[in-house]
Design a protein around this ligand. Structure first.
Ligand code: TYD
Length: 134
């Protein structure tokens, strides 16, 4: 998939003096049906998450708290997206190499995924990824 398919999506923001609220509905704010949600937290300073691509799985990543950077690479282009507010997220199509870096203290990454967990969907080898046309 081409990197140009990845994009920041702004979410509805319901401002309220009692505290703000944002929302995601499948096939509405994000282009896929949600099969799975997971989150990454308690990341020690300097650690890197990701470092793989998915054959089929699409994801939407939100920094629910704190900040981190997502590095996307389609085999020819590379782009860094900084996520630091909970009212937007990054849509990552399948077939894109991704890494998550620069986690701030107490950051929480929420990831909505289009498929159930399936290890055979992962590509962990970057040169294999580059050789494959997805
Ligand atoms: P992995 O996807 O490699 O983490 P990241 O890319 O964020 O660094 O997953 C780490 C471990 O967690 C791996 O052993 C598989 C397991 N895991 C599940 O069991 N279910 C899931 O939905 C996910 C995302 C991971």
């Amino acid at each position: 998939m081409e990197l140009s398919q990845a994009k920041i999506i702004n979410l509805p923001k319901i401002l309220d003096a009692r505290g703000n609220l944002s929302v995601i509905e499948e096939k509405k704010q994000i282009p896929f049906e949600i099969e799975r949600t997971y989150w990454i937290y308690d990341v020690p300073g300097g650690e890197v998450r990701g470092g793989h691509a998915y054959r089929k799985n699409e994801e939407f990543i939100v920094a629910l708290s704190g900040s981190f950077d997502v590095i996307l690479d389609d085999g020819s282009d590379r782009k860094v997206f900084s996520l630091n507010r909970s009212y937007y997220g990054l849509y990552v199509p399948n077939g894109i190499w991704r890494q998550m870096v620069n986690f701030s203290t107490n950051s929480v990454a929420m990831i909505l995924a289009s498929t159930k967990f399936d290890l055979s969907d992962y590509i962990y080898n970057y040169s294999l990824f580059k050789d494959q046309v997805i």
